[in-house]
Design a protein around this ligand. Structure first.
Ligand SMILES: [Zn+2]
Ligand SMILES: [Zn+2]
Length: 363
């Protein structure tokens, strides 16, 4: 199960379920909604679109008599604690949070029988940042008493142990890389990752990568990706052959693109083989419990394009939004520092993008 709400610079949260719901992990907490009630929250960096809803998340956990653990880069720990204290003061009641620093290269064991290992790895962004790799662990063979000691009594075995002898066989554990979540980063940061080789990162079953900028042959957008230290679709296209993941999830896309543009650009530029393995988080329109399959959305788009009066971008939204209550308008309009849903999405968004330039860019 994967569910996500993600728009670069606005908010980003992505929840993944494992072990038939026994383990739920929230990656970043820029927004809270029902279903994002994981008790393990891995935060990639301190930009507010990734951490701004942490106190709301903790308050929701408190309502269920639970305390969630927030794994953060070292630089985020004190500010997050101050945010928690300020939130508790405003709320008139303590909002408990377990805030735990994770350094790149460090692992934690979570889930049923601690059978999942989450490893933090270095990424490259404008602030201290890290991604997370989730490994499921299977016990291949348990530690058992060696046959040559089978006839010894407990006391005799104790004596041998005191002498430093190993009386049991080694426990053998097999690990499988289930998922990689990059958070915000440059693609070069993944290629140069000192913690995990990029071949390993790209071979996870599920590879979730930010891709803020999509415009191809657009040097302005390309330079923004470099300036703001984000992944650009060019990066994915150029390195497509290296991405062997069973599922590529493209997320954290700039609000400068409409849903139709997002699907069109991905469809037009990602190689066929990768397209069939690609899903995209379309901001708040990703259907509950699943992502928008690029393959399925494109098929739907093609068939709807020929329907009388049909705007395929609207049809795609309907196809991907399972609740059926969401508006077709998914752009954001900035006015006096407020962010609010725009009424006439296409026209107003275009104006906002043109007039305000990089104000719509991610932080
Ligand atoms: Zn961001
Ligand atoms: Zn960021």
């Amino acid at each position: 199960m994967i569910d996500a709400v993600s728009a670069a610079g606005v908010h980003s949260s992505l929840v993944v379920g494992w072990a038939h719901g026994k383990l739920k992990i929230l990656f970043d907490v820029g927004i809270y909604k029902r279903g994002f009630d994981a008790r393990e929250v891995f935060i990639s960096h301190g930009h507010i679109d990734h951490i701004g809803a942490a106190v709301i998340h903790a308050r929701a956990a408190r309502a269920q008599n639970a305390i969630a653990t927030y794994y953060v880069p070292a630089v985020c720990a004190d500010p997050l604690e101050r945010m928690r204290v300020a939130g508790s003061e405003l709320d008139g009641q303590d909002i408990p949070m377990n805030i735990r620093v994770m350094h790149p290269g460090e692992s934690v064991f979570i889930g049923p029988n601690n059978s999942f290992r989450v490893l933090a790895f270095e990424t490259a962004h404008r602030v201290e940042s890290q991604g997370y790799a989730v490994y499921s662990q299977n016990v291949v063979s348990r530690a058992e008493l060696k046959t040559e000691y089978a006839s010894l009594s407990g006391r005799e075995l104790g004596e041998l142990k005191k002498q430093g002898m190993s009386v049991t066989t080694e426990k053998v554990i097999e690990e499988h890389l289930d998922l990689v979540y990059t958070g915000d980063t440059t693609f070069q940061g993944l290629l140069d990752c000192p913690t995990l080789s990029c071949e390993e990162l790209f071979a996870a079953d599920i590879f979730i990568v930010e891709c803020t900028y999509l415009g191809l042959n657009d040097s302005d957008v390309r330079s923004k990706a470099i300036q703001w230290e984000h992944v650009h679709l060019d990066d994915l296209v150029e390195h497509a052959e290296m991405i062997s993941a069973s599922l590529l999830v493209v997320t954290h896309i700039s609000v400068r693109y409409s849903l139709g543009q997002i699907l069109n650009l991905l469809k037009a530029n990602l190689p066929q083989d990768l397209q069939s393995r690609t899903a995209v988080t379309l901001r708040e329109f990703g259907s509950v419990g699943e992502l928008t399959s690029l393959h399925a959305a494109t098929k739907k788009m093609r068939s709807d394009r020929y329907k009388p009066g049909g705007s395929w971008s609207k049809k795609v939204v309907k196809a991907s939004g399972s609740s059926g209550v969401r508006s077709n308008d998914h752009s954001y309009h900035r006015d006096s520092n407020k962010i609010a849903p725009a009424a006439n999405s296409v026209k107003r968004k275009k104006n906002a993008t043109e007039k305000e330039g990089n104000k719509v860019d991610d932080v």
